[in-house]
Design a protein around this ligand. Structure first.
Ligand code: ADP
Length: 479
């Protein structure tokens, strides 16, 4: 089985959010199952050093009605996975990984067509092309419309976040000669948008948790595509993301002052003191420390967290908030931290090392998302002994078991996306924190969870197998 895995980011080379973690870890898990994987990512300007002085493995033409462009294909091995870095003018012209959906569309279409052409140029024909999110979804449409000789290759699309569809990408799709989808269940506005176009041509669509797969078939989460998705139940399934236990391992994490595992959890205390000290909070071992590590977007409920903690003024707690994003939310977070200088720190930056020290030092990790396709933060938190407080939605409710409900549980959940509901969950967590034995039990159960990729990788492998055997296909269907 040969699989071309397309993603806009893959850790450790380039990571902006959870997609980077997944594309950095899942291809490796698939490789371990014996699948021949090529991971392809764009060669962003920031990756120039990775290829400097090395001859490309291939130089390919990326066809367009207005004339072809040249793409360079460099090959590297990243954590045991053969990786293609696809470079060229449209990618070099945008300085950051994401420069806005409209600005990025052209560079991502160039990237995926370059990757498909690289298969031809190297004589490596995949059985399945697996695209991820709107950035790479057009690959599936290109295979089925513009490209020649892709009829027998399966097309899988994973949705990591349905809300980002590549708005403003229609001109770029036209630039590369891609026609609108004519699937009868797709609304008109979606026919020439990167993500829905890829969905229309996919043999299988996966969402990154069973919970989210169900939610996106409803108006509240379907972003206008719920009818289309609900009309394809045979095609849509939820496969939970994992985390790589070697990448996220508190017993071997070089950034921590004290290594620990489930049996030596008392050593965590040093990491808490280190964190409090590093961010300039009072070093108080018994003060409950809460943290958020997040993109600052409305999706993530940072405003709910600030509202909830505002209602808990009389209780003892500290908060570390690490994240960047929406300038208006950054302003609100700065104002919140300024009002609570004794117990709130806001760090408006992306810092992978500090994130690890936070996971290892915080008592509680907050994930109050309005919607959450899967969410890695709560899983990484549990692996590092931080107790999650999450909203009961999408992948959060698939991965966190409520304390005291079905047995002793692994964290705290709340329902309505309102500060009051979150405040009640934090109240409960602060109460349980006062009972060290109960708290330790929560931490140890969280650390004992198996979120490794094995099961998910096997689910993807089964899916590829079903497609290759022709049991799932949209070819010849309603296109
Ligand atoms: P999303 O992909 O929606 O951003 P996830 O929970 O799936 O959310 O994954 C987020 C990933 O990005 C996690 O690995 C988290 O640790 C990391 N992350 C988010 N914000 C930051 C930040 N400011 N600094 C470092 N890492 C971050």
């Amino acid at each position: 089985m040969k699989v071309l895995f397309l993603a806009a980011e893959a850790a450790p080379l380039v990571k902006v959010g959870g997609l980077g973690d997944v594309a950095g870890e899942l291809p490796r898990a698939l490789t371990e199952l014996g699948i021949d994987v090529r991971l392809a990512i764009p060669r962003y300007p920031q990756l120039a050093d990775q290829v400097r002085g090395r001859a490309p493995r291939a130089v390919v033409d990326v066809p367009r009605p207005s004339g072809p462009l040249k793409a360079e294909v460099h090959e590297a091995t990243m954590r045991g996975v053969r990786t293609w870095l696809i470079g060229g003018d449209p990618i070099d012209r945008v300085p950051s990984v994401y420069g806005g959906e409209a600005a990025d569309a052209s560079k991502f279409i160039f990237f995926v067509v370059g990757a498909l052409q690289a298969c031809r140029a190297t004589g490596w024909q995949p059985d399945v092309v697996h695209a991820n999110d709107w950035h790479t979804a057009p690959a599936l449409a290109w295979m089925r419309t513009v490209g020649d000789g892709w009829e027998s290759t399966g097309a899988v699309l994973t949705i990591h976040n349905l809300a980002y569809m590549g708005a403003g990408g229609s001109d770029a799709l036209r630039e590369y000669g891609l026609p609108p989808a004519d699937h009868s269940m797709l609304p008109d506005w979606a026919r020439l948008l990167p993500l829905p176009l890829g969905m229309a041509h996919a043999d299988a669509i996966t969402a990154v948790s069973p919970g989210y797969a169900a939610e996106i078939q409803t108006p509240a989460f379907g972003c206008g595509l719920e009818s289309f998705l609900a009309s394809r139940p045979d095609v849509l399934r939820g496969i939970l993301n994992g985390i790589d236990p070697d990448v996220w391992d508190p017993s071997h994490d070089p950034w921590l002052v004290a290594a620990f595992d489930r049996r030596s959890i008392a050593s965590r205390a040093s990491n808490k003191a280190d964190l409090q000290c590093a961010v300039g909070l009072p070093v108080e071992p018994r003060t409950p420390l809460l943290a958020m590590i997040t993109r600052l977007e409305m999706q993530k409920g940072v405003d709910l967290a600030m509202g909830a903690l505002g209602q808990l003024a009389g209780r003892c707690w500290q908060l570390v908030l690490l994240g960047t994003g929406d300038p208006a939310l950054e302003d609100r977070a700065s104002a919140f931290a300024a009002r609570e200088p004794q117990r709130v720190r806001f760090l408006p930056t992306f810092d992978a090392e500090l994130a690890r020290r936070i996971y290892a030092g915080t008592d509680m990790i907050l994930v109050p998302s309005r919607y959450e396709p899967c969410g890695l933060v709560q899983m990484i938190g549990m692996r590092y002994g931080a107790v999650p407080i999450v909203r009961a939605t999408g992948g959060l409710k698939d991965t966190v078991v409520a304390y005291g409900r079905e047995g002793p549980g692994t964290g705290f959940l709340f329902g309505p996306a309102e500060p009051q509901a979150l405040a009640e969950a934090v109240h409960q967590a602060l109460d349980v924190y006062q009972d060290p034995r109960a708290w330790r039990g929560l931490q140890q159960r969280g650390m004992a969870q198996d979120f490794s990729w094995g099961r998910s990788a096997r689910a993807y492998a089964d899916l590829y197998g079903e497609i290759a055997a022709g049991r799932i296909s949209s070819r010849g269907g309603d296109q």
